[in-house]
Ligand binder design. Structure first.
Ligand code: SF4
Length: 179
């Protein structure tokens, strides 16, 4: 820290919108130390301390920052937009790190309340039945009632769903669930 460069490492088609891209980038340093602070300054942030990542929404995109320095972004228009967002992320990380002594980490964050739609939004929506439920919505309700674990959706383990899976993990952890 501070972050000097963030390089785009991989560009793939986006699963949610075939006209858009999914981007994996890499910062030139680890980000684990700054994630708890970013959790306090980004209003939509969801932080999984155990998983070592933080996700947040920027418009339709899901941005995931990993302790390792990897940054994943979904629903990006093109490479130029990816570069612009990565510049924003670098500035946010460096500004937050510079101000870290002013940010109170001792205050406990309020737990979020989740409904089935909150989970359904990030599920694959294939209604394939692999989890033992007829629909993804039924699975979402079972997860909230603790009758199923996220890992019961084997489809989510596919790499293309990684951003959605990380968001689901951090959503559930932020609501007090054991994931
Ligand atoms: S396994 Fe996953 S994708 Fe398939 S129905 Fe269950 S929740 Fe939906």
């Amino acid at each position: 820290m501070p972050v000097k460069h963030i390089e785009i490492a991989q560009i793939m088609p986006c699963i949610a919108d075939s006209a858009k891209i999914r981007v994996i980038a890499k910062a030139d340093c680890e980000l684990g130390d700054v994630l708890p602070y970013l959790d306090r300054v980004i209003p939509t942030a969801l932080y999984s301390e155990r998983g070592g990542f933080l996700t947040y929404k920027r418009g339709l995109s899901i941005i995931t920052l990993h302790a390792s320095g990897e940054i994943a972004m979904t629903q990006i228009r093109d490479r130029a937009e990816a570069a612009k967002i990565l510049d924003e992320i670098k500035a946010k990380i460096n500004d937050t790190w510079a101000r870290r002594e002013e940010i109170d980490l001792s205050e406990v964050k309020e737990r979020i309340q989740l409904g089935p739609l909150d989970l359904y939004t990030y599920l694959p929506k294939t209604n394939c039945g692999e989890c033992g439920e007829k629909t993804c919505m039924a699975f979402a309700m079972k997860v909230l009632n603790e009758g199923k674990k996220l890992s019961d959706c084997t489809v989510l383990a596919e790499d293309k769903y990684r951003g959605a899976r990380d968001t689901l993990v951090s959503l559930l952890e932020s609501a007090g669930y054991e994931v």
